[in-house]
Ligand binder design. Structure first.
Ligand code: C2E
Ligand code: MG
Ligand code: MG
Length: 724
C-alpha cells in the first residue's frame, strides 16, 4: 500500500495523471459538443416533423371530410386551422366511425397519436371525443379534457394552434394542437397530433449520455493503464540511475554505471554519473594514500582497522596490529636532510611491504611510524614472528645517495581479538607496546594487560606529580661523595624525594621518567635546582664546607632555550658562585642531538663557572669522542662496574681501564654505588677522587648531612679498617 502511495508521488504517476486529465478534458469537450448538437438536431427535427404531421392531418381532414370541414391556410398556403362548414357543431364534433378511422390513419402515417376535442360550452374545457389511444385490452381509454391548467389551453381558447409538450397519461408527448373553429369563426374544438412520447427522446438522449460516459471512462482507463505502464517503462532507467547515485553516495560498490551507452537524455545522465564515479575514485585514492611511500594513510588505516576489528571480534578472521617505528630516525633526518630521510622511508616502506606479504594492510601514520595489519595473527607467536622478520629486514644496510645507513626499528603488537574492544583501544594499546619496545629499541613487544595497568598508573602519577610540583611537595636529600684516601667530603649529590600524602614515598626511578615523558621535568628540574641552590646558600652561611652540590639535569631541560638563563638566575638569586654547583648529565644527552648543539649548550654552562659531570658513565651510549671534545670536569662511573668488584677480577680490570682513561683525559672521577668496605677498599687502592655509595651514607635530609660527614671524617679509611 505504501508502495502505491509512494508511486503516486513519482513522476510516472504525475505524468499519467496529466495525460488522463488532458484526455478527459478533450473527451468532455467533444462529447458535450456532440451531445448539444444532437439535442439541437433532435429538437429541430421533432419540431419540423410535428409541424408537418399537424398540417398534413389538417389537410387530410379537410380533404376526407370536405362536406363538414374546410382548412384555413396561411399566406404560404399551409393549413393552420380547421373550420366547420355546418352550424351543428355538436353533431360535427362527436364520436363517429369515420372520425375514428381517419384518426387511426393519421396516427399510422405519423407514427404517433391523434385526438379530437370539442369545447364544452358549460365547462369551457376541451373534452376528448375520439382518439387513437386504446387500453391494452383494446377498449377505449377513460375520458380526458384540456382544462384551464393544461399548457395548450390558453392558445386553443384564443383560437391559436399550440405546439409543445403536453401531459398524456402521466407522461409527456410532443404535440401539435390545431384549433377547430365553428362556422362563426369561434373556437369549437381541436385536432391534436403527436409524434410519440417525449420520454423516448429523453431516454435516447440519456442513453447517449451514458454511452458517452462509459466510452469516455473506458478510454480513460486505457489511457491511464497504458500511460502509466509506458511512462513507468520510460522512467525505469531514471529510477535505476537514482538508486545507483544513492549507493554511490553511501559508498556501496555497485559496478559500472548502467545505460551509459544510450544515445539520449538517459545516456547523457549516465555519462555524467560516470564522470562523478571517476572523480570519486580519484579523490578516494588521494584521500587514502600516503604520497611519499604509496602506502595507505591514516584515514585508510582507521577504516582498515575498523574492518579488521569487526572481523576479529566476530571470529571471522583473526587480525594482529603492529605499530613499527624506526629508532633514532630524527637523527638521520637532522644530519642528512629531509631528502635522505624521505629516501630512507621509501626503502623501509618497500621492505615492510615485501616482508609482510600481499595480505597485509600497511600504512604510514607519521614520519617514521608504520602500521601493519595482518590477517593471520592467530597467536602471539605468529604475530611476533612477523614483527621479528620485519625488524630483521631493517637490519640490512640501506644504500642511499648520501651513503650507507644502518637502521633499527621497534614494534608494538596487539592481537585484536584479545586486546581491543574498539579501534581506539587497539591503536592505543599498540602505541603502548611500541613505547615499551622503544625504551630499548630494536625489539618487538606484545601488548599485555600489565602494560595497560602500568600506563594507567603512570597517568595517575603524572596527575599527582603536577600537583606536587605546584605545592612544592618535592624535596631533596643529599648523598656525600667521599675521598676514600682521606675520608674527607668531596661534594654532595642532590637527589629528588617525593612523599605523597596518601601514597607514601615514590621513587625517583619511577617519577623522573614520567616527568620526562610528560614534559613536567622542566618545572620539576627548575624547582630542584632552586632548592639545591637555597641549601648551598644556607650551608655556606653556616660555614659547612660542602664543596659543591651536584644537581641531576635531564636532557629535556638542557634543550630548553632558556636553560642557561635558568641556571644563571638561580645562582644569582642565592648569591652563589658557579663552582658551588655541579650539573650531572647522563649519556642520554648524546641521543638525537648534533654534537655542535651539545657543545654550544655545555660551553655556555661551563662559562658560568658551573661544573659539569657525566653521570652513569659506561652504562649507555658511551662515545669516547665526545669525552675528548666536550667540556666535562667529572666522570661518574656507573654503579654496575662496582658491585662485587672485590671478587670479580674482570670487573677490576675494566674499572682500572676506565680510571686510567678518565685520569688521562684530566677528569676528576667519582665512583657510584660502593656498598661494602671490601668494595671501597679495592677502589681506594685503584685510586679515585671520590666514592658515592651506601657504604659511606645513604641520601639523607640536609639537616643530617654535616653530622654524617663529620662522622665519616672521624672514621678510619676502609682499607685501614680492614687491615686494623
Ligand atoms: P643517579 O643520578 O645516578 O643517582 C644515584 C642513585 O644511586 C640514587 O638513587 C642513589 O640513591 C643511588 N645510590 C647511591 N649509592 C648507592 C649504593 O651504594 N647502592 C645502591 N643500590 N644505590 C645507590 P635515587 O635517588 O633513587 O635516584 C635514581 C636516579 O633518579 C638518579 O640516578 C637520577 O638519574 C634520577 N634522579 C634523582 N633525582 C633527580 C633529579 O632531581 N633530577 C633528575 N633529572 N633526575 C634525578
Ligand atoms: Mg646523578
Ligand atoms: Mg648515577
Amino acid at each position: 500500500m505504501s508502495g502505491f502511495f509512494s508511486f503516486l508521488k513519482g513522476t510516472t504517476a504525475r505524468a499519467t495523471a496529466l495525460l488522463v486529465l488532458i484526455v478527459s478534458v478533450s473527451i468532455l469537450i467533444t462529447a458535450t459538443l456532440g451531445y448539444f448538437k444532437l439535442y439541437e438536431v433532435t429538437a429541430t427535427n421533432s419540431a419540423i416533423r410535428i409541424d408537418r404531421a399537424a398540417r398534413a392531418a389538417t389537410a387530410l381532414f379537410a380533404e376526407r371530410l370536405a362536406s363538414e370541414f374546410t382548412a384555413i391556410r396561411d399566406e404560404n398556403g399551409r393549413p393552420q386551422a380547421l373550420q366547420l362548414k355546418g352550424t351543428d357543431t355538436e353533431a360535427a364534433l362527436s364520436f363517429r366511425q369515420d372520425h375514428d378511422a381517419l384518426l387511426k390513419e393519421i396516427g399510422a402515417i405519423n407514427q404517433g397519436a391523434a385526438n379530437l376535442f370539442r369545447l364544452n360550452p358549460e365547462t369551457q374545457a376541451f373534452d376528448r371525443f375520439a382518439t387513437t389511444f386504446r387500453k391494452p385490452d383494446g377498449s377505449m381509454p377513460p375520458p380526458m379534457s384540456i382544462g384551464i391548467l393544461h399548457p395548450a389551453y390558453d392558445n386553443l381558447i384564443n383560437n391559436r394552434p399550440h405546439l409543445g409538450e403536453v401531459p398524456v397519461m402521466g407522461r409527456l408527448r410532443l404535440a401539435y394542437l390545431t384549433p377547430i373553429q365553428a362556422a362563426s369563426g369561434a373556437v369549437a374544438g381541436a385536432l391534436a397530433v403527436d409524434v410519440g412520447w417525449v420520454d423516448d427522446l429523453v431516454a435516447a438522449k440519456t442513453e447517449l449520455r451514458w454511452q458517452i460516459i462509459v466510452a469516455a471512462g473506458l478510454i480513460l482507463v486505457l489511457v491511464a493503464a497504458f500511460g502509466a505502464a509506458g511512462m513507468g517503462a520510460e522512467m525505469k532507467p531514471l529510477r535505476v540511475l537514482a538508486r545507483y547515485a544513492d549507493d554511490l553516495a553511501a559508498g556501496v560498490p555497485s559496478g559500472a554505471v548502467p545505460y551509459s551507452t544510450r544515445d539520449d537524455e538517459i545516456g547523457a545522465l549516465a555519462q555524467g554519473l560516470k564522470r562523478v564515479v571517476a572523480l570519486q575514485d580519484k579523490l578516494a585514492h588521494l584521500a587514502y594514500t600516503d604520497s611519499l611511500t604509496g602506502l595507505s594513510n591514516r584515514g585508510r588505516y582507521l577504516s582498515d582497522l575498523d574492518t579488521a576489528l569487526r572481523e576479529s571480534l566476530s571470529g571471522k578472521r583473526k587480525w594482529a596490529l603492529i605499530h613499527l617505528d624506526l629508532d633514532k630516525f630524527k637523527k638521520i633526518n637532522d644530519a642528512y636532510g629531509q631528502t635522505a630521510g624521505d629516501s630512507l622511508l621509501k626503502e623501509v616502506a618497500s621492505r615492510i611491504k615485501e616482508t609482510a606479504g600481499d595480505g597485509a594492510r600497511i600504512a604510514r601514520l607519521a614520519a617514521d611510524h608504520f602500521t601493519i595489519l595482518i590477517g593471520d595473527g592467530r597467536s602471539t607467536d605468529q604475530a611476533s614472528a612477523l614483527a621479528g622478520k620485519l625488524l630483521s629486514a631493517l637490519h640490512q644496510p640501506i644504500e642511499l645517495r648520501a651513503g650507507e645507513f644502518h637502521v633499527t626499528g621497534s614494534a608494538g603488537i596487539v592481537l585484536l581479538q584479545h586486546d581491543a574492544r574498539d579501534a581506539d583501544e587497539a591503536h592505543r594499546n599498540a602505541g603502548l607496546a611500541l613505547r615499551k619496545a622503544k625504551a630499548t629499541g630494536d625489539r618487538a613487544v606484545i601488548f599485555s594487560s600489565e602494560l595497560h595497568d602500568e600506563s594507567e598508573n603512570n597517568i595517575r602519577i603524572e596527575r599527582m606529580l603536577r600537583l606536587a610540583i605546584q605545592e612544592r611537595e618535592i624535596e631533596i636529600h643529599f648523598q656525600p661523595q667521599i675521598d676514600p684516601a682521606t675520608n674527607q667530603l668531596a661534594g654532595v649529590e642532590a637527589l629528588a624525594r617525593w612523599t605523597h600524602p596518601a601514597e607514601g614515598p615514590i621513587s625517583p626511578g619511577l617519577f623522573i621518567p614520567i616527568a620526562e615523558s610528560s614534559g613536567q621535568i622542566v618545572d620539576l628540574g627548575t624547582l630542584i635546582l632552586d632548592l639545591a641552590c637555597e641549601q648551598a646558600a644556607k650551608w655556606r652561611e653556616k660555614n659547612f664546607d660542602f664543596k659543591h652540590i651536584s644537581v641531576n639535569v635531564s636532557p629535556i631541560q638542557l634543550w630548553q632555550s632558556n636553560f642557561v638563563a635558568v641556571v644563571k638566575d638561580a645562582l644569582k638569586r642565592h648569591g652563589l658562585s658557579g663552582n658551588e654547583i655541579c650539573i650531572e648529565i647522563t649519556e642520554g644527552v648524546f641521543v638525537d642531538q648534533s654534537e655542535r648543539r651539545i657543545e654550544t649548550v655545555l660551553s655556555a654552562i661551563r662559562e658560568l663557572g658551573v661544573l659539569l659531570s657525566l653521570d652513569d658513565f659506561g652504562s649507555g651510549y658511551s662515545s669516547l669522542g665526545y669525552l675528548n671534545r666536550l667540556p666535562f670536569d667529572q666522570l661518574k662511573v656507573d654503579r654496575s662496574f662496582v658491585s662485587d668488584i672485590d671478587t670479580d677480577v674482570r670487573k677490576q680490570k675494566v674499572l682500572r681501564g676506565i680510571l686510567e682513561l678518565g685520569r688521562g683525559l684530566g677528569f676528576s672521577i667519582v665512583i657510584e654505588g660502593a656498598e661494602t668496605g671490601e668494595e671501597v677498599a679495592v677502589i681506594r687502592q685503584m685510586g679515585c677522587d671520590a666514592i658515592q655509595g651506601f657504604y659511606y651514607s645513604r641520601p639523607a635530609p640536609a639537616l643530617l648531612i654535616p653530622e654524617v660527614v663529620k662522622k665519616i671524617a672521624r672514621s678510619q679509611p676502609a682499607s685501614d679498617a680492614r687491615t686494623a
